[in-house]
Design a protein around this ligand. Structure first.
Ligand code: ZN
Length: 195
């Protein structure tokens, strides 16, 4: 297993144990074993590594660990160019540090690192699993059905219930988030739309 990915797993686990909202949402799988998961690049890795978005004392170590792990991560992009456009795909990506398909295996919790550049619109989508975003760097405006929209920055959280439609915009800053999933649909994927 790559040392930078091990360091990131440790940093993310420390964060989840320290932050009550994260700790209450998901139990961090201490024993998650490494899985075979080869590096897979996206176009935006260098942009992410050069990102100088605001962080906090608590989130800065995790952001550093994400940047160091980025070249070794199995990056994914859920959507096609027809759905979100080329600019979005050039400045967006996520990888699963822990979970059913992650660098470290768990069938109880799924933890992603997800990144979007500034000025992107993530259209409304939904998924079966329950979700908690925790912002590590930068900020994004979250639009969740049934809730007022809100701009959330470092250490802020946003909860999405199972199948609750949500969308997101970045404005003048990029955003890097730790995203936790739990419950039925853990190994599933989001789909565009509201149903
Ligand atoms: Zn979501």
């Amino acid at each position: 297993m790559n040392a930078a990915l091990e360091t990131l797993k440790t940093a993310a686990g420390d964060l989840v144990r320290e932050v009550p909202a994260l700790r209450d949402f998901a139990e961090w799988p201490e024993a998650a074993p490494p899985r075979p998961c080869e590096p897979l690049a996206i176009p935006g890795i260098a942009l992410l590594q050069a990102m100088s978005a605001r962080t906090s004392t608590r989130t800065a170590p995790v952001v550093r660990a994400v940047k160091a792990a980025a070249p070794h991560a199995h990056w994914q992009q859920t959507y096609t160019e027809a759905e979100v456009g080329r600019d979005f795909l050039n400045r967006y990506g996520w990888f699963e540090i822990v979970g059913p398909g992650g660098h470290f295996g768990s069938h109880a919790t799924r933890a992603y690192l997800a990144w979007w550049g500034a000025g992107l619109h993530y259209p409304v989508h939904l998924h079966e699993a329950e979700e908690l975003y925790y912002i590590l760097a930068g900020a994004a405006e979250f639009h969740t059905e049934g809730q007022p929209s809100a701009v959330i920055g470092p250490e802020g959280t946003r909860h999405h219930a199972p199948l609750q439609p949500h969308a997101m915009d970045t404005h003048d800053e990029p955003v890097l988030a730790l995203v936790l999933w739990r419950g039925p649909g853990l190994a599933g994927a989001p789909r565009m739309g509201t149903s």
